[in-house]
Design a binder for this molecule. Structure first.
Ligand code: DUR
Length: 309
């Protein structure tokens, strides 16, 4: 490669519309968003989604349902939000809920899963003619040298060589894309942490890997080809490069959203400190509380943006 990943690919249009960078789409009579069970002929996408301003994505379908119910209460909407319908009920690949101007969608685990969802979600926002959309991944991660339960707002997503790039094989060649995120949005989110003083929130780099076990330097997988010393040497190098947490989606998320003109952020809670161990030992109840932390920060952010007291 020629280092082109250094150049920013974040371009915001004055119209605020979502860009799809695909000349073939215009020639299609119908677009079937297969994994979402939606389509341009079967659904009136502008009527269903045209006024969406916030899209929140996260790995688990149940967590994203809980987030939608929580947002329902936080926005002071009528009813208890318990009977929210899954918009993607026709498929069990992903779940999607809508609450006012907020869309909450699951993306599964890892880059292939999130990238399939994002292709269809971004086309959905384009077909619906949405404007000025902010998209946030709220997820879980392993921390590096920080207290478990801390929330990390990503300033740059790095690959497993600590480079701010997302590589994908296209027609047999490696295409390299930048993984820069919106710095102003990250700062705005950090400023909302005054509303959540019971846990630490910080800005840092996030490392994204293709695996949870060996790929994240864990010693406890079914295979392990390195020593405990080599593991710690790698994780310390990551820490020195500015990495504060490790997960499996951020590079693809940053690259796709950046190229399509969406203001994007990644906000993940850390479930453990990887310098202390590999297994996630916290009790389920504590893990549940940890996973609500990014949701609470994002609720404070959305309420502030909407002027909800
Ligand atoms: N995750 C990690 N590493 C961790 C903890 C959480 O990658 O140590 C994220 C990414 C993936 C899921 O979606 O959570 C795996 O548990």
């Amino acid at each position: 490669t020629n280092g082109s990943w250094r150049h920013t690919n974040i371009i915001f249009s004055s119209s605020g519309l979502v860009h799809v960078k695909n000349p073939h789409l215009d020639a299609m009579e119908e677009d079937i968003l297969y994994h979402l069970d939606l389509g341009t002929k079967t659904h009136n996408l502008p009527a269903m989604f045209g006024d969406i301003k916030f899209v929140c994505v996260g790995g688990s379908p149940n967590r994203m349902r809980a987030f939608a119910q929580f947002m329902h209460r936080e926005l002071g909407l009528a009813g208890d939000g318990e009977e929210l319908a899954d918009i993607c009920a026709g498929t069990d690949r992903y779940a999607m809920y809508r609450v006012g101007p907020v869309l909450s969608i699951s993306h599964g685990m890892g880059i292939p899963s999130i990238s399939i969802m994002l292709h269809e979600l971004i086309k959905l926002l384009h077909h619906a003619k949405c404007r000025d959309v902010t998209i946030i991944r709220i997820g879980t991660s392993g921390g590096l040298g920080i207290e478990p339960g801390s929330v990390v707002i990503t300033d740059t997503a790095l690959d497993s060589s600590f480079k701010p790039r997302f590589e994908q094989v296209v027609l047999g060649d490696v295409v390299v894309r930048s993984t820069e995120l919106d710095k102003a949005l990250a700062e705005e989110l950090l400023s909302c942490s005054t509303e959540t003083p019971d846990f630490p929130t910080l800005i840092g780099h996030t490392m994204c890997t293709y695996d949870f076990y060996e790929g994240q330097g864990r010693l406890d997988g079914a295979l392990c080809s390195f020593s405990s010393e080599k593991k710690l040497e790698y994780l310390r190098r990551a820490y020195d490069a500015g990495v504060r947490n490790i997960e499996m989606e951020s590079t693809a998320f940053a690259a796709l959203c950046g190229l399509c003109g969406l203001r994007a952020a990644v906000v993940c809670v850390t479930l453990l400190d990887r310098l202390e161990g590999d297994q996630i030992r916290a009790p389920r109840a504590l893990l549940g509380e940890f996973q609500r932390r990014p949701q609470r920060l994002i609720a404070a952010f959305i309420r502030k943006r909407l002027g909800v007291q």
